[in-house]
Design a binder for this molecule. Structure first.
Ligand SMILES: C[S@@+](CC[C@H](N)C(=O)[O-])C[C@H]1O[C@@H](n2cnc3c(N)ncnc32)[C@H](O)[C@@H]1O
Length: 449
């Protein structure tokens, strides 16, 4: 690994006598880790090689071909670098999880931290995940769909387009675009793109994102600022700038010494020679001020593009939806039905007034005649009826299904859910002479097996 000379000098200065161990760690293989999806009923195989700061995270002895694991497509786990899982511990220690929260993950794609938040937040919380780059937003949306949580909204816009949404969120996570020094071991492209000038550009961009985000945070709200880099300009200097320029107080975390996470002047740093993970920086702040913050400045009364679903429509989808969920069903002007938890209806309504491009809730399907054609997202959602008729597939059948080939299964006529290891993958329709595969083209496995 050929590292830029100015990066070597920077790390030597930052780490002093530890620099040798650090450089040695950078040339060692990086660990593979996953985080289980606690929203789904998964069979967790016994593995004592857990990530110290995340009870749902484990290290794998080697990197499998995830694409060929049906559980990966069912959203049973997220392949996530271990240091990043520290976000979950920070939320557990610092957020008040005794009641619903409004949470914004502002730089969210591909969704590692959003899915982690989705697993932690109390029932009734609103989780908004924003990603400004449209192609990355599509990946985020797909990963959130696989994860299956119902209380989500995905948006794709510049941070300053939320302007006007004042004091709305209890928690804002800014996992900022950065120079990526912490990814050098995993991603050689990050080395190629690194330069002192890029570090300076990233630092300024981060300040802009932070400055645009802070008005959206409620008084007493929690701000989490993270990067996957080491230099001070993007980490402690920006954290210091935050506390100087805004009504923000840094919050300490209680991190046991044997986790190996270093304490910085403000915030915490994971280094690969001290932890089994990549480079990751995290600082937490509380906003001072009084009042609860209402965020209802625009007072939106109706959803754009959506109206309430008719009684007949609701009847058609009843057998697909878990009966104990308190939901509102909305139909778009294109006939797409979505389910939105009643608990977040008002908040989603407010958010929609500030969102130019968004998806909210869970796509349920479209009505054709008297029947529902179920959406693939519903199969992966926690809102799915737990007793919907299903066909369990073996691995080979599951891969065929995920490749969108004709499924070699039979079952009673009509819509059937197909599962692997008990986990829903999608829909088939059993007809008289054939079985149709409704797995979406854009999700299918393209890799040759
Ligand atoms: C470090 S990545 C986020 C990773 C993500 N939080 C996760 O855990 O999977 C930073 C994200 O910020 C986005 N981004 C880039 N420029 C931005 C900007 N000016 N404002 C907001 N987000 C930006 C990038 O496209 C990228 O997806």
């Amino acid at each position: 690994m050929q590292l830029p000379a100015s990066f070597l000098a920077l790390m030597q200065e930052l780490l002093g006598s530890e620099a040798g161990d650090f450089f040695e760690a950078l040339s060692a293989p990086h660990p593979t880790s996953i985080r289980f999806n606690t929203l789904k009923n998964i069979n967790r195989s016994e593995n004592s090689d857990g990530v110290k700061w995340c009870s749902d995270g484990i290290y794998l002895p080697e990197r499998p071909v995830f694409t060929l694991d049906p559980r990966f497509h069912a959203g049973a786990y997220y392949v996530q670098e271990a240091s990043s899982m520290l976000i979950g511990e920070a939320v557990r220690q610092l957020a008040d999880l005794s009641g619903p929260l409004r949470v914004l993950d502002l730089c969210a794609a591909p969704g590692g931290k959003t899915t982690h938040l989705a697993s932690i937040l109390p029932a009734g919380s609103l989780l908004v995940a924003n990603e400004v780059i449209r192609s990355r937003y599509q990946v985020l949306d797909y990963n959130l769909t696989k994860w299956g949580s119902a209380n989500k909204m995905a948006t794709s816009q510049q941070v300053n387009q939320f302007r006007g949404l004042k004091s709305f969120f209890d928690l804002i996570l800014i996992d900022a675009p950065c120079s990526g020094e912490g990814m050098f071991r995993k991603d050689p492209q990050a080395i190629a793109e690194w330069s002192p000038e890029n570090v300076a550009r990233c630092s300024v961009r981060q300040q802009q994102i932070l400055a645009d985000a802070i008005p959206m945070l409620k008084p007493n709200g929690l701000l989490l600022y993270s990067t996957c880099t080491y230099n001070d300009a993007e980490n402690t200097d920006n954290a210091d700038w935050l506390q100087q320029e805004f009504p923000l107080t840094p919050l300490p975390l209680n991190l046991p010494a044997d986790w190996g996470i270093a304490e910085r002047s403000i915030g915490y740093q994971c280094y690969p020679h001290r932890v089994r993970g990549e480079g990751f920086y995290l600082a937490a702040f509380q906003k001072s001020g009084s009042g609860s913050g209402s965020g209802k400045s625009k007072g939106a009364k109706k959803f754009k593009y959506y109206q309430a679903l008719s009684r007949a429509g609701q009847q058609a989808l009843k057998r697909f939806i878990r009966p104990d969920a308190d939901l509102v069903f909305l139909e778009s002007d294109k006939g797409q039905i979505i389910a939105l938890p009643e608990a977040i209806r008002e908040d989603a309504l407010q958010m929609s007034a500030y969102s130019k491009y968004f998806r909210m809730g869970t796509p349920v399907g479209i009505i054709k005649g008297k029947d529902l054609v179920p959406d693939p997202a519903l199969a992966l959602s926690t809102l799915l009826h737990p007793e919907f008729p299903r066909i369990e597939l073996d691995r080979e059948q599951a891969i065929r299904f995920l490749r969108r080939e004709d499924p070699v299964v039979t079952g009673p006529a009509g819509w059937q859910l197909v599962t692997f290891d008990g986990l829903p993958l999608g829909w088939v329709k059993v007809l008289k002479n054939r079985v149709n595969n409704y797995y979406p083209k854009e999700w299918r496995i393209r890799m040759s097996v």
